[in-house]
Design a protein around this ligand. Sequence first.
Ligand code: KG4
Ligand code: ZN
Length: 357
Amino acid sequence: MIVLGIETSCDETAAAVIDGRRVLSDVVHSQVELHAEYGGVVPELAARDHLTNIRPVISQALSLAGHTLASIDAIAVTCRPGLSGALLIGTQVAHAMAWSANRPLVGVDHLVGHLLAPFLEFPSLPQQQEPRFPFIGLVASGGHTALYRVDGPDAALIMELGATRDDAAGEAYDKVAKLLGLGYPGGPIIDRLAQQGDPTQILSKKPMPAADPLEFSFSGLKTQVARWVQSHGIPGDSATLRNLCAAFQRCVVETLLDKSVAAAQAQGLDAVVLCGGVSANSELRRRGQEYCAAQGITLLVPHLRACTDNAAMIAYAGSFMAQRGLDERGRLAISPRSILPRLTKKGGGPRTSPHPR
Ligand code: KG4
Ligand code: ZN
């Protein structure tokens, strides 16, 4: 099945064409420069920029794949979660294209896309080990940090086990980088600095809410960095800056790994898949392999280009919906929130997160 995917949930305008698992084209227009001076994504600017770029990005994806609207079988578009104005651009364009070409349209949860990204095959990249259902999926991105039990490639088969109570991991990276005057997005910058730092010199407390081992909290860690900066100032020498970045990163990486392994053990599963922008982190990828292997768990991480936002993962997730004959033309609603089911706690009703994003 040839599927055109469209992604505009945050600050990347992306379109891709896939054939089964094979990525035929994967075009991403990043808005990073547009938002850099504000230290974070400005929703109105994001929506306007999507509007400017969506048509050329889609045209490029189709032509690089050697396809036209007439030769694709279905269109998949991110419809949640994300910035409403940004989602609206992608879904409206997808609607118009689906009507004009009389092709089915399916709306994809961005988080399902991230969780299925490790299945994508890029012709120019080495083939990776394919995950097998069921597995534990950790989505760690700028907007989300949550653990899932993934029993199949369908939103109904993906159960949230725990999520962040406050900041997402990527958000913590971005906020700490802003605090240190390092620029946006903070993840890759801190990652680079941390590689040459000593994580044992500064900061000590890991962000681990004791009440629930599968929940995350990163705002306390961000506050630790803020307090350190309040008393010492932004490090003027590069060695201290690197040590601070390394200490922050060590806390985030260990927390993500500890909780992923705890989720696998709690569910009796032996595979963990890391996805979302933070899974591009060098330390998480490197230490994750050893750490999980020591616990008898296989860790799978998507290719770097499939970790951050892209439309190939949306096309792939949408292909299963299209194969089931779903056609949401005319009734595709956008929502700023994910609606993946949450695990029901023992003795209680369905759990609701205080911070749905
Ligand atoms: O998945 P993504 O591209 O967009 C969202 O859905 O949010 O994730 C973007 C996030 C940003 O917060 C960025 O700082 C973080 O991923 N990120 C990283 C790295 N590369 C990107 N965080 C840590 N280390 C990295 N190397
Ligand atoms: Zn994302």
